[in-house]
Design a protein around this ligand. Sequence first.
Ligand code: DQA
Length: 140
Amino acid sequence: MKFLVLNGVNLNLTGKREPGVYGAETLEEINGELAAFVRARGHEADFKQSNIEGELCTFIQQAEGKYDGIVLNAGAYTHYSVALRDAIAAVSVPVVEVHMSNVQAREEFRKNSVLTGVCRGEILGFGKNSYILALESFLL
Ligand code: DQA
């Protein structure tokens, strides 16, 4: 199987921003570990990140027919991007929503996701392992 791990706005700063919340490892380091995890199980993954909402929608549109699953951490777009929700709904590729932090234990505005309803599922609160668990869910 081939997966797309897609990170949204501000996730490029992982390791530098709020390390107490998102950990000290960079996105590049985390992606390296995810690539090794997938490869060890005989699968493949591509990694993309963008701070631009429309670009994330384009990546999701282009995933059609190319990937078996998308692991998506949309960052703050999670909480209000109807455009991203529509992009997910428009493709047949299953999407698993992830968050490194437990958004349910944080500010009120983080508790709502406009994406979950069109995703296969949601994994949150396990740091970088949220990505691992999301990938694992495709392998069950
Ligand atoms: C996040 C949670 C979001 O609320 C926040 O805006 C992020 C990261 C997470 O991984 O915990 O940028 O998606």
